[in-house]
Design a protein. Structure first.
Length: 188
């Protein structure tokens, strides 16, 4: 009987039911399961390096996923572990693979999660199984996928978008300063 190492990547909240169904439908062979829940940071949190609350949220998601796996799979507690991961799911998986020799990646994602993450995870040469939250959810459009890729830095357009956004911010600040100077000059 071969041991199978499964890396479970939990991208959202409330995904315990689909994860449980996926684990219940798997074969009965023993497994080592490692769960990672990438941190979800807002832009301001990232800029302020305020990730404590986001890390605690990711730890809770990982723990809920661990409980779900333990309830629905034939896994001994010594073979089950979980943790919060990097905000970028691909980097989180890369970090986890350094210490956990996975045979398969089980991606548990909501219907609104980008399919590009699944494609990006395939670069590790492991089978990637996507467990959607619901078969009825709409697939994200290409524009939304592109926006996620740019925000995560996985697109070649990221530097250009950052440069344009910086330029627009500087133009806006210049206009604001010019307006303030004009108002002050008119008052004096």
């Amino acid at each position: 009987m071969t041991m199978q190492n499964v890396l479970v990547v939990v991208l959202g909240d409330g995904l315990e039911r689909p994860l449980g169904r996926a684990m219940a439908h798997r074969s009965d062979e023993p497994r080592h399961v490692h769960v990672i829940a990438p941190i979800r940071l807002g832009a301001l949190d990232w800029l302020a390096s305020a990730d404590d609350e986001a890390r605690e949220d990711a730890d809770r998601r990982a723990l809920r996923a661990e409980w779900t796996v333990a309830d629905h799979a034939d896994v001994e507690w010594a073979d089950l572990e979980g943790e919060a991961g990097e905000p970028d799911p691909v980097l989180a998986v890369e970090d986890a693979l350094r210490v956990f020799p996975a045979d398969e990646i089980l991606l548990v994602a909501g219907a609104d999660e980008s399919a590009s993450i699944e494609r990006s995870l395939q670069r590790f040469g492991l089978p990637v199984t996507r467990v959607p939250a619901s078969g009825r959810g709409p697939r994200p459009g290409r524009a939304r996928e592109l926006a996620h890729e740019i925000a995560a830095g996985r697109s070649q357009a990221t530097p250009f978008v950052l440069l344009i956004a910086t330029g627009l911010v500087l133009v806006g600040l210049s206009a604001l300063i010019a307006l303030i100077v004009t108002l002050l000059h008119a008052l004096l």
